[in-house]
Design a binder for this molecule. Structure first.
Ligand code: SF4
Length: 380
């Protein structure tokens, strides 16, 4: 296991040492995860674009009245997830702003009209509806949650997520990425991930690089994730996401991380987190360099939607699944579809609400991956 200090040294690896670092990370990945690289076929459901936070890099959030400000109705969600089902998607990824009811009366009115007081209660009802009206399995990504919220959502979703992003409280300072983002206080996010562990919820988290942190702060965040996973064994996936500059965000002038920087961070993540943890880098955010990303130690391409755009990075189209498959297989890896919960959690009943076990069991093979008969993309 790499020490915190060793990771500090590796995150500063110069360009001429990068290939050696990647080789080391790739070897560790092969030792734990073998040569199988996975993805999840999903539909992205932007339940509400309203959010009480104002992160400097966010292009997703809106204030009421702005173009694109919208909270989806139950009918809109059902239409979307059923369209996804027809295309063979298995995952409904619910991504939404954090606690908009705390800031916007119009959103409180919307929730009241639908019989709810909080966005998380509405989300729970929408997940129930999704399970009733489609075959998709919800994965929820709604921001900071209390223990009660997590427990309620556990009954209607197969996994949850919250990007840790950073453990640097510095970024809450004036003019920085998390100025005016109360839900980005690192301690609050660490607490949510910890509570999810206590409740045995398969959990996705990760770091966002290039938002003003220094390299050592990335290591601090990765070590914090490692500590949580060592305590609870519930971190099913760690995403290394790179900041992308966009015209309408406050941080539009901030330089994006270089490819070397992405690769170095991915490799250090693999070495910090060890051979068994699932590590993902979104392929649409670093397109055209799949071999380099694979070499750096990832073993998952994340959720790919055949229907909806990446609402968080709308300028970055998803790769086509056949294109990703070709790139993966041409490098000697096996390309397989997984569910919104990873195989090692799909096969452990304590990590899944009892009512959801039959639905998951019907979709997976003995390895916990999607049965080949359900991998509709193979026919393309
Ligand atoms: S990144 Fe998330 S929490 Fe921050 S403003 Fe956007 S939607 Fe809100």
């Amino acid at each position: 296991m790499l020490s915190h200090g060793e990771a500090y040294a590796l995150i500063e690896t110069p360009a001429d040492g990068l290939d050696d670092l990647l080789a080391r990370a790739g070897e560790v990945r092969d030792r734990g995860r073998g040569r199988t690289v996975t993805f999840s076929k999903k539909v992205f459901v932007p339940l509400t674009t309203l959010c009480r936070d104002y992160c400097g890099y966010c292009t997703f959030r809106r204030d009421p009245g702005e173009p694109g400000a919208h909270t989806m109705t139950p009918d809109e969600v059902v239409a979307l997830v059923q369209a996804g089902q027809r295309l063979g998607a298995k995952e409904a990824l619910f991504s939404l702003g954090d606690k908009p009811e705390a800031r916007f009366a119009v959103h409180r009115d919307f929730l009241r009209r639908h019989g709810h007081r909080t966005t998380l209660q509405y989300l729970r009802a929408i997940c129930e509806l999704t399970l009733r009206e489609s075959s998709l399995l919800p994965h929820v990504n709604p921001g900071v949650m209390s223990e009660r919220d997590l427990a309620a959502l556990r009954e209607v979703s197969v996994s949850m997520g919250l990007m840790l992003e950073s453990v640097s409280s510095r970024l809450l300072g004036p003019g920085l990425a998390h100025d005016n983002a109360p839900d980005k206080v690192p301690a609050r996010r660490l607490r949510t991930i910890e509570l999810a562990g206590k409740l045995q919820i398969p959990f996705t988290t990760g770091i966002l690089i290039g938002i003003g942190e220094v390299p050592r702060e990335r290591v601090d965040a990765l070590c914090a994730i490692r500590d949580l996973h060592e305590r609870h064994g519930h971190v099913q996936e760690v995403i290394i996401q790179n900041f992308r500059a966009k015209p309408r965000i406050p941080m539009h002038g901030q330089p994006e991380p270089t490819l070397d920087d992405v690769l170095r961070t991915l490799a250090v993540a693999r070495l910090v987190l060890g051979p068994d943890v699932n590590i993902q880098a979104p392929p649409n955010l670093t397109p055209g360099v799949y071999p380099r990303l694979l070499a750096a130690g990832l073993n998952d391409w994340g959720g790919i939607s055949p229907l909806t755009i990446d609402h968080i990075n709308p300028e970055a189209p998803w790769p086509l699944i056949p294109e990703l498959r070709r790139a993966t297989e041409s490098l000697g890896y096996t390309f397989r579809e997984r569910l919104a919960l990873y195989p090692e959690y799909a096969t452990r009943p304590e990590f899944l609400a009892e009512r959801l076990r039959p639905r998951v069991g019907a979709l997976i093979d003995a390895d916990g991956l999607v049965k080949e008969a359900h991998e509709h993309w193979r026919a393309w």
